[in-house]
Design a protein around this ligand. Structure first.
Ligand code: PLP
Length: 398
């Protein structure tokens, strides 16, 4: 066996063999619904799964296969499956380990869409969820021991937008001893910063919409994990639910992956500098970023993700809800929108937008307060970002 290739080489080349037909160097977009069989026997072998090859794009597509293979390699997984969105990936991963009557145990600090899926939608189909405070190891242990018919543990680390880190090695070890599958949403880190499978997780899910694509151009999702898990998810669920990623979107995510480490390094540098700047700003009440000395999970974050703490920074504006809303209206470079993980810097006030439908107890457990602003710090020139924030904070608050 040859030497294992490095992360950046895999990010640029993984899963691709230059096109046999015309020698295209970029990954071709196989914009075809179905694929011609060589003959009747070939067709029969593909359907009997005695030979692998594309049949119909709902189930598999050659452009998507390159992305599946590349992501699996980057996450250190046996296999991958790409899906139409991050939510589709989370849904398939959860359904793949449960039946009606089973339960999932999840950390309560989650992306709002995932919280809704677990608390409202899946229970309608008989799959229930017990939420635990993600930072409370005793809480995890108790839930893993006591929740009836628990099949999986679901973790987002760090949680969006609370940025709390979960002690994944400890939780995954408890889950493994009890025979539960540990699923980690690795959207905020990407495998460049943190590889959950190296720390005891069984399955990784992604909203590839965010940092993997990196340019705010395509909705996409991915699962990476053991080959049996992926085969079952593809054959039993993906095929029947039609959670297919368009090949053009797979192409966009593949382009993004080529520059993943370069972008993430800059995201981390800029985010840390923005967090430090905000800490000393007179209009700011508090700042949360796992790279700051003031963050309660700093030690854990530095241990599990030593290369950096990502692009997301949250902070509280003096003057509360209304002042925080006003900051959004005064930025010029940051874009006011509900997304993260773009090369461009983004800003949102969750209490009046993404979390507006949650009640105060749900907002409290998600860590969303009225004064909180979430930034997804981009890769622009740092001084321009600081100027934009300084000017808009002064206008909104002082
Ligand atoms: N997971 C996390 C952490 C997210 O932030 C999001 C979206 O914001 C999702 C999953 C859902 O991803 P998508 O919008 O691609 O369905």
């Amino acid at each position: 066996m040859g030497k294992r290739r490095g992360f950046d080489t895999i990010a640029v080349h993984g899963g691709q063999f230059p096109d046999q037909a015309v020698g295209a160097r970029a990954v071709p977009i196989y914009q075809s619904t179905a694929f011609v069989f060589k003959n009747a026997d070939h067709a029969a072998r593909l359907f009997a799964q005695e030979e692998s090859g594309p049949i119909y794009t709902r189930i598999g597509n050659p452009t998507n296969s390159v992305l599946e293979d590349r992501l699996a390699q980057l996450e250190g997984a046996e296999a991958g499956l790409v899906t139409s969105s991050g939510m589709a990936a989370i849904l398939l991963a959860l359904l793949n380990c449960t039946r009606a009557g089973d339960s999932i145990i999840a950390g309560s600090q989650l992306y709002g869409g995932t919280y809704n899926l677990l608390s409202k939608t899946l229970p309608r189909y008989g799959v229930n969820c017990a939420f635990v405070d993600a930072s409370d190891l005793n809480g995890w242990a108790e839930a893993i021991r006591n929740v009836p018919r628990a099949k999986a543990v679901f973790i987002e680390t760090p949680g969006n937008p609370n940025l709390n880190w979960v002690d994944l090695p400890a939780v995954a070890s408890l889950a493994r001893q009890a025979g539960l599958v540990t699923i980690v949403d690795n959207t905020l880190n990407t495998p460049y910063l943190f590889r959950p499978l190296d720390h005891g997780a069984d399955v990784v899910v992604h909203s590839a919409t965010k940092f993997l694509g990196g340019h705010g151009t395509a909705i996409a999702g991915a699962i990476a994990g053991p080959i049996d898990f992926i085969i079952q998810a593809r054959a039993d669920l993906h095929r029947d639910l039609g959670t297919t990623l368009a090949p053009f979107n797979a192409f966009l995510i593949l382009l993004g992956l080529e520059t993943l480490s370069l972008r993430i390094e800059r995201h981390c540098q800029n985010a840390l500098a923005v967090a430090r700047f905000l800490e000393s700003h007179p209009a700011v009440a508090w700042v949360r970023y796992p790279g700051l000395g003031s963050h309660p999970d700093r030690e854990l974050a530095l241990r599990l993700s030593p290369k950096g703490q990502g692009a997301i920074v949250t902070f509280g504006v003096k003057g509360g809800f209304e002042a925080a809303k006003r900051v959004q209206d005064n930025v010029r470079l940051f874009s006011l929108l509900a997304n993260i993980g773009d090369a461009k810097s983004l800003i949102v006030h969750p209490a009046s937008t993404t979390h507006e439908q949650l009640n105060s107890e749900q907002c409290r457990s998600a860590g969303v307060t009225g004064d909180l602003i979430r930034l997804s710090v981009g890769i622009e020139t740092l001084d321009d970002l600081l100027d934009d924030l300084d000017r808009s904070l002064k206008r909104a608050v002082i």
